[in-house]
Design a protein around this ligand. Structure first.
Ligand code: AMP
Ligand code: ZN
Length: 469
């Protein structure tokens, strides 16, 4: 496949370190609150990438961290730890908050058909690894102790910025909040590997270390978790665009300084989901969650469909109107699939031809909207329904839209006997008799009776039809 690599600023042929195998790392959620649907756009597109690679024949190992310590309110090492903030808000312990929101996150993922990663590692479970890596960075001169904290010295690197072709607006997310100057830092981009002299006396989780009791910085967790489970060479690292700087930039700095060789080859960054009023935020306005979508009557897979309709390297604007358009298109698609007949022989040659076209489309830097077009092409194609169903089933291994299952549910609903239909039909027949006998009062009384039952009738030349309202 071809993948845009943020590290080289080019679309490249994807060639994994080990033939046939892909090591993949995705920055997991900071579990101090529910994920908003913006966060989930990132996980959803990463899920499609993982599924596509599997579909294309690779053996994929996907690792994800759970940030349950060390992510401060600002990505630039200032402000309060987000977990402590969450615990205070809800009068619970940090571990209770972490467990609750980790479960909530995976429940949302399940509803969106996002596969559970092969490895999920909470940051608090890896303290010994952070200490090992930080110790080596200190020994080799890449880190220093100042004011009680351990910092990474970015001046020791030949090149620190790697993703500097990003929009200023996106980069600003990382630096914007770094207003509080830390005078311990030798260079403005240096970052904390280990906090001992915490500004926050109430930091809930602390561990012993060679530099005193404290807790790890946010960036070190991803480097260590990835190296532990995916080894010294990582094929693809993913995350939202706001993670490119400083988070991923710092991950590269410390991992390569530690390893002494290049670490991750391909960097995939998903651009943001925004609202009309700008960046999506957990603290601002209506907090858009999967549960809110459900409360408003949307199937979470409508949101998945909405995301797949656009490219991951473009920001996407969320509005209820846009979601309604996606819902109408998704419902129509399901209805078309439901209209396909069962049985028959699959035309293998046609199957392979359409499958190749789908791989070609999606394999071009994960062009999911062209993948959906390939699906419509199948529905329009001059092949039998068995072949169409087989292709839809096949493409859906990547798209994850549950099309055959939703279509079966729709068929079942249409075939189910409507409760009370006999009684309604009988009343309509009685009304017809009354009308024939010109007994208008009786006919109107029956219409009112039906209305009271929640049934509306419509007379036409062809007869009377009814619907429930
Ligand atoms: P967090 O839980 O804040 O660590 O973020 C989880 C993931 O969501 C990260 O990969 C972020 O880069 C990503 N993310 C944050 N906001 C958005 C957004 N509005 N749209 C898409 N991805 C986002
Ligand atoms: Zn990360």
């Amino acid at each position: 496949m071809k993948l845009y690599n943020s590290a080289t600023h080019k679309k490249e042929d994807f060639i994994p370190h080990e033939p046939g195998k892909v090591s993949m790392y995705t920055c997991g959620p900071t579990v101090y609150h529910f994920a908003h649907i913006g966060n989930l756009r990132s996980y959803l597109m990463e899920d499609v990438l993982e599924k596509f690679l599997r579909y294309d024949g690779y053996d994929v190992k996907r690792v994800m961290n759970i940030t349950d310590v060390g992510h401060l309110a600002s990505d630039a090492d200032t402000g309060e730890d987000k977990m402590v903030k969450g615990a205070k808000r809800e009068h619970k312990s940090v571990m209770e908050i972490a467990q609750f929101y980790t479960d909530a996150f995976f429940a949302d993922c399940k509803k969106l058909n996002i596969k559970y990663p092969d490895v999920v590692q909470p940051a608090t479970g890896m303290i010994d690894d952070y200490i090992k890596v930080i110790t080596k960075l200190l020994d080799t001169g890449y880190a220093y102790v100042a004011g009680g904290n351990v910092y990474f010295d970015t001046s020791k690197l030949e090149k620190y910025y790697v993703f500097n072709d990003h929009d200023e607006e996106d980069l600003a997310v990382g630096v914007r909040e770094g207003v509080e100057e830390d005078t311990n830092k030798r260079n403005k981009n240096d970052f904390v590997l280990w906090f001992t002299k915490s500004k926050f006396e109430d930091q809930a989780l602390k561990w012993d270390s060679p530099w005193g009791v404290g807790y790890p910085g946010w960036h070190i967790e991803c480097s260590c978790i990835s190296m532990k489970y995916n080894g010294e060479y990582l094929d693809i690292h993913c995350g939202g665009i706001d993670n490119a700087f400083p988070h991923h930039t710092n991950e590269i700095a410390q991992s390569e300084a530690y390893l002494g060789h290049p670490w991750c080859k391909y960097w995939m960054h998903i651009h943001h989901l925004n609202t009309n009023s700008g960046k999506m935020s957990k603290s601002k306005g209506e907090f858009l969650t999967v549960s809110l979508l459900e409360e408003k009557g949307y199937d979470p897979l409508v949101y998945r469909f909405f995301c797949l309709q656009s490219h991951y390297r473009k920001s996407l604007v969320f509005s209820w109107e846009n979601l309604d358009n996606a819902k109408a298109a998704y419902d129509k698609l399901v209805a078309r699939v439901a209209g396909l007949s069962d049985g028959g022989e699959v035309d293998q040659a046609a199957f392979e031809r359409y499958k190749a076209a789908f791989i070609e489309s999606v394999g071009n830097d994960l062009n999911t909207s062209l993948g959906i077009t390939a699906l419509y092409d199948v529905l329009k194609a001059d092949v039998n329904d068995a072949t169409k169903r087989a292709l839809i089933d096949s493409f859906d291994q990547v798209l994850g839209l549950d099309l055959l299952a939703k279509a079966a549910a729709l068929q079942e609903k249409a075939a189910a006997p409507v409760e009370g239909a006999e009684e309604i039909e009988a009343l309509i027949a009685k009304r017809l008799e009354a009308k024939k006998a010109k007994d208008w009062a009786a006919a109107d009384a029956i219409r009112d009776q039906l209305k009271a039952m929640g049934v509306e009738i419509k007379d036409s030349k062809e007869g009377t039809t009814w619907t429930r309202v």
